[in-house]
Design a protein. Structure first.
Length: 165
């Protein structure tokens, strides 16, 4: 156990390697969870503004894989690979995300879906292998803004499917 001093907030052991993004989405968490776990939904909203997602294979189960390509607005293709490491419907998903199963720079993400009145607060907590890798994706790939845009796209998509958009 670490001592944090009087009144000092506890600091996560991974704080310098993580990105945390959250958003409230105006829909029940079961709907938000479904939009995040079914390929027919994911390909409609996944990624930052201007990106498209093409799924090559998808199995939503612990140990299952989502293999996909994101195409950027400039036409650049980004090969992506996710394996699901924990699934607790409709509360939590943990995953490992990289370019492939052999990617030494793959990172862990945990998504939580918490009720917030009639809405849902989704939090995406991503931990990178090193601080340097975290800093690189923030600076080179604008990961924080990209994550915010992705959750905004999810919110807009969910509003559309529940008839509020």
């Amino acid at each position: 156990m670490s001592a944090t001093g009087r009144g000092a907030p506890a600091r996560s052991a991974t704080a310098d390697r993580e990105i945390v993004i959250s958003r409230v989405i105006d829909a029940p968490r079961e709907v938000v969870f479904e939009a995040f776990t079914e390929v027919r939904h994911l390909s409609r909203w996944w990624g930052p503004e201007g990106f498209t997602t093409t799924t090559r294979s998808f199995e939503f189960s612990v140990g299952g894989v989502w293999d996909f390509v994101m195409r950027g607005p400039d036409g650049t293709d980004y090969t992506e690979w996710i394996t699901w490491t924990e699934i607790e419907p409709p509360e939590r998903i943990a995953l490992l995300h990289g370019e492939s199963s052999a990617d030494p720079n793959a990172f862990d993400s945990v998504l939580t879906f918490e009720p917030d009145g009639a809405a849902t607060r989704i939090e995406m907590r991503t931990v990178f292998p090193t601080k340097e890798l975290r800093d690189e994706v923030v600076e080179k790939y604008h990961a924080i803004e990209g994550g915010r845009q992705t959750l905004n796209n999810l919110a807009a998509y969910v509003a559309e499917i529940v008839g509020k958009g």
